[in-house]
Ligand binder design. Structure first.
Ligand SMILES: [Zn+2]
Length: 450
């Protein structure tokens, strides 16, 4: 069997592979975790050990530069990767001097990004000075299941994609951090060199069996300007049967909710909504840049958190959050002509009278201002009320609260609701048809007809 050199880039799927290599190859494996690139020992070089098949560990690729082997590694988007290491280090018993400093200083994630060796963990610490063309296989954490299948074929070992080891648990603190767009945006800037390296490696990846699952596409994230997207399926079977969705419909709704910008974490639904906001204001800036510049004086009403756009919109001083159903969308406690923008995302289907709710949005908007919103839409059918049908819920299926009941399933005629609510113009923005649509409805400047 060919010799294999596996560079274990931390928190990027390596541990699950290590467990399987040990099981399949036993003492033909050498684990080399004593030359961590974040420690002085990381500078030592070595030859591929005799009579062994596989070397794996945390080490600089340069350490084994002399080895003629099948070179492999898994990478992960630098922002997610740093967040993962950050929370892993919080739980890890003291491992080395830099980690001791971490435990002592308890840095914020942004301070942590500035630690020596971490800011350029991929492009310098692990792979600096190494010709990446020598790698026979580069897998991606974001695409791990398919990539492990691809690797198994390439090295002819029965690796299982389902085995998942050494996952750092998802604390509330971590979930909050992962969805904080402004922190992600700052991290993306700090880690720019690694993000560029990672994107180059993604572009190099040409022999994936499913390039549609992770790709650098023409799609640009209207929230942050990111160009790399990753997928995860989100629909569950009960909802699919209640909605009577076909496989095609399932796949585009999965894409709407589950395809995310790897830089800021926004899903296609949030990106479409951001795009509708940009079109409404006639701007080409990203939403983050808009919020930091021209949007500063706007009065904005956000009804329910619009996914991870919320943390961006909250940066606007005149931003107000309203939570439906605590605040009744059929009768909102705001004066007429108050807001320059009203935003809601996948909320209208939960309101018993969506036309009345849109009328309320219109009432509180200033003349000429717009409501931007998304609704789950099945474009091949007409809208239907779920009155008389079994109750259906969105959100976590384990926590079916009554306010998550779906009253309306929107279809191709969803735009008619806007005019029935008295708006004078509607536009439908698609960043990806039909999976990512957002509507923008403008209040007329003269009310003669209404
Ligand atoms: Zn983004």
């Amino acid at each position: 069997m060919e010799r294999i050199l596996s560079v274990h880039f931390p928190k990027a799927a390596g541990s699950s592979l290590q467990v399987q290599f040990m099981k399949l190859l036993g003492d033909e494996v050498i684990l080399d975790y004593g030359h961590d690139p974040l420690t002085p020992a990381g500078m030592e070089t070595a030859d591929f050990p005799d009579r062994k098949t596989l070397v794996m560990g945390h080490f600089r690729a340069q350490r084994y530069a002399s080895a003629d082997a099948f070179w492999m590694t898994f990478l992960r988007h630098p922002v997610d990767n740093l967040i993962s290491i950050y929370f892993f280090w919080k739980l890890l018993p003291e491992a080395h001097a830099l980690h001791a400093r971490f435990l002592r200083e308890q840095p914020s994630i942004l301070e942590f990004a500035m630690y020596p060796g971490l800011r350029n963990l991929m492009s310098e610490t692990y792979f600096g000075g190494f010709d990446m063309n020598r790698f026979d296989f580069i897998g991606f954490h974001e695409n791990r299941e398919d990539d492990i299948v691809r690797l198994a074929k390439a090295i002819n070992l029965p690796l299982l994609a389902a085995i998942h080891e050494n996952r750092t648990s998802e604390s509330a603190e971590r979930l909050e951090l992962e969805s904080d767009v402004s922190v992600r945006s700052k991290l993306t800037d700090l880690l720019a060199q690694d993000v560029g390296f990672y994107e180059r490696m993604l572009r190099r990846k040409t022999n994936s069996p499913s390039p549609e699952k992770l790709k650098t596409s023409k799609l640009i994230c209207s929230v942050c300007g990111g160009t790399v997207f990753a997928d995860r399926p989100v629909l569950w079977d009960k909802l699919i049967s209640e909605w009577q969705l076909g496989p095609h419909e399932r796949s585009y709704i999965d894409r709407q909710q589950g395809t995310c910008c790897t830089s800021c974490g926004a899903n296609l639904r949030s990106i479409a909504l951001a795009d509708a906001i940009r079109a409404t204001f006639g701007i080409t800036l990203t939403l983050i840049d808009f919020v930091m510049s021209e949007a500063k004086d706007l009065a904005v009403l956000e009804i329910n958190e619009a996914g991870n756009l919320s943390s961006v919109l909250q940066q606007i001083p005149g931003h107000i959050s309203a939570n439906y159903p605590a605040i009744d969308m059929h009768a909102m406690p705001y004066s007429d002509d108050t807001f320059d923008l009203v935003v809601h995302s996948d909320t209208l289907e939960h309101v018993s009278n969506p036309i009345r709710a849109l009328e309320e949005c219109r009432r509180v908007l200033r003349p000429g201002a717009a409501v931007c919103f998304t609704i789950p839409t099945i474009v091949e059918r007409l809208s239907r009320s779920r009155a008389g049908l079994s109750k259906s819920y969105h959100g976590n299926p384990e926590m079916s609260a009554d306010d998550h009941i779906v009253h309306t399933e929107f279809g191709a005629d969803m735009w008619t609701y806007v005019f029935r609510a008295g708006f004078s113009a509607v536009s439908i923005n698609a960043v990806d048809y039909p999976s990512a649509l957002a509507l923008s409805a403008r209040k007329g400047t003269c009310n003669l007809a209404l």
